[in-house]
Write a protein that binds this ligand. Structure first.
Ligand code: SME
Length: 165
């Protein structure tokens, strides 16, 4: 059984270093992308404060994301590339940090409680496989330290998995 350890929140870079260690341990020895996505979203949702959604969208075709494992309320299943924060992150190939979702043109509200959002693309060998999405009911919940920390967590997830062509 995996037992997550509570991490001190006061030092954010350290929080993310310790969470990265826990995630590496959790995924060690497993290469299935769906199984690892399920445990990654569960660990992050449990450990990071003030989230109302944490999970994955995968690109099974070049123009559409499909929801994968997540924690939180039931979500929109399909998002076209270029739409919403998730589809825009795919289109531009980089993370998007949104302090106020109401100010983001085209934001897709899966949970009306969401106020801020961080979306990080899953990139493997220069190919985008999907995104990891975090939502918070707090405005400006995420800053650049969160972005760097979550990008590291996503890199650990991508590296742990075997990706079929
Ligand atoms: N807000 C996202 C949609 C996904 S949900 O938040 C889970 C977007 O605008 O792409």
């Amino acid at each position: 059984m995996f037992a997550e350890k509570t991490i001190d929140q006061s030092d954010k870079p350290r929080f993310y270093r310790e969470l990265a260690d826990q995630l590496s341990g959790l995924l060690a020895g497993e290469t299935d992308p769906v199984a690892n996505a399920a445990n990654t979203s569960a660990l992050i949702f449990q450990m990071m404060p003030d989230l109302n959604w944490a999970g994955f969208y995968f690109l099974y075709s070049e123009d559409e994301l499909v929801v994968g494992p997540f924690q939180g309320k039931p979500a929109c299943v399909r998002i076209a590339v270029g739409n919403g924060v998730c589809g825009t992150a795919v289109a531009q190939g980089s993370s998007i940090l949104v302090e106020d979702v109401h100010a983001f043109p085209g934001h897709i509200a899966c949970d009306a409680a969401s106020r801020s959002e961080l979306v990080v693309p899953l990139i493997h060998e220069d190919t985008i496989l999907g995104v990891f999405d975090l939502d918070s009911p707090l405005q400006a919940r995420f800053d650049s330290i969160d972005q760097t920390g979550v990008e590291r967590l996503v890199a650990i997830y991508v590296a742990a998995c075997v990706w079929e062509d």
